[in-house]
Write a protein that binds this ligand. Structure first.
Ligand code: DAU
Length: 340
């Protein structure tokens, strides 16, 4: 299978590419990735001599580049996106450009090139906060952050191409991913890497927000299944194995790493902070999906990975892009901090 993957230098995309190349010797992958701050060639350095893999640097919102990369592709798996909620609150423009316009450019190219399957990778955040129960694929979309709104817009764009143009596309909506190669602005790698340096983790609000944790390698397996066996035109939720509050997550990681409670600082909340996400995954299970990784082992493996791969994350945290973001995002919050 000749696959075009977009955003394959990012966290989930890079794990997916490695998974697919190992799972099936017939798979060949072109990875179209702009290498933004969150895309890191070091995440796939082990594939640099693999004849079945090629990285093409370029922007998904550029129709010429997309056209070149789409040539000969039998299927597309579309990860490329701006994904960090806090950044979308600081500045939404690039989220609209990449997540919405970029998706439209890809969909048009997929039609022209008569691609056999197009998997659009999305998020549970499009459903908004759910006080109780579980979000199902047909539920209303009620996104609350600019990031979530841009993903909801792109999901609806995919739907419109299915209905209007008969594009053979599918949408997946996953919960919070964790694992190796995640950029250290997200809660879990931020926590682990800050604590390795005895620096505090800034906990937003009361810490009772609930997330459903999905190990990235299980996500990669679920995406392969949807790519191969999902019904065209359908949406599939991909949830994790452990739903918990941020406080519980922090306590677990604190115990694993042996750090004291003084390394948790309560800071003012994220504006519009969704209280709870929860997915009903019956549809995915009906395709035969079962998680392969338990939460406890996967969390330990993740902590071990960051401990063993300082050469991967330290340069990111030392870089100007990260430092500017970190001070803009946290300086005021840490100043007006409340105690735990
Ligand atoms: O649910 C899927 C989504 O999960 C993805 O679509 C997003 O791309 C991904 O970023 C993630 O969104 P969250 O906002 O849930 O993830 P984040 O790692 O930013 O935060 C997880 C929780 O931790 C959330 O309740 C906010 C809280 N948090 C986060 C950061 C960065 C803190 O308390 N302090 C922090 O410094």
């Amino acid at each position: 299978m000749r696959l075009l993957v977009t955003g394959g230098l990012g966290f989930i995309g890079s794990n997916f590419i490695r998974h697919m190349l190992a799972a099936d010797r017939r798979v060949r992958i072109v990875n179209l990735d702009l290498r933004t701050y969150a895309g890191n060639p070091a995440s796939l350095v082990d594939l640099s001599r693999n004849p079945r893999y090629r990285w093409a640097r370029g922007d998904i919102a550029d129709p010429k580049v997309v056209d070149r990369c789409m040539k000969g592709a039998e299927a597309v798996v579309h990860f490329a996106a701006e994904t960090h909620v806090d950044r979308s609150i600081l500045d939404a423009a690039v989220f609209l450009r990449t997540n919405v316009i970029g998706t439209q450019v890809l969909l048009d190219a997929a039609l022209r090139h008569k691609v056999g399957r197009f998997v659009h990778v999305s998020t549970d955040e499009v459903y908004g906060s759910v006080a109780r129960g579980f979000s199902r694929e047909g539920d209303r979309l009620e996104p609350n952050s600019p990031y979530a709104a841009s993903k909801a817009a792109s999901d609806l764009l995919v739907r419109s191409y299915v209905v209007t143009h008969g594009l053979p596309a599918l949408v997946t909506r996953a919960s919070n991913n964790f694992g190796p190669y995640q950029y250290p602005e997200k809660a879990l790698p931020l926590m682990i890497t800050n604590w390795m340096d005895a620096a505090p983790f800034p906990l937003y609000g009361d810490g009772r927000n609930v997330r459903d944790w999905l190990f990235v390698l299980d996500h990669a397996r679920a995406l392969e299944l949807v790519l191969r066996r999902g019904r065209l035109g359908e949406v599939y939720n991909i949830g994790g194995t452990h739903s918990c509050s941020n406080r519980e997550l922090i306590e677990r990681v604190r115990v694993l790493m042996g750090v004291g409670p003084e390394l948790v600082r309560r800071v003012p909340d994220r504006p519009g902070h969704d209280r709870r996400y929860a997915l009903d995954c019956a549809k995915l299970k009906s395709l035969g999906f079962r998680h392969a990784y338990g939460f406890t082992e996967a969390l330990q493996a993740t902590v071990d990975w960051y401990r063993g791969n300082e050469a991967w994350w330290r340069p990111l945290k030392k870089g100007g892009v990260y430092r500017r973001y970190y001070s803009r995002q946290y300086a005021a919050r840490l100043k007006g901090r409340t105690s735990k």
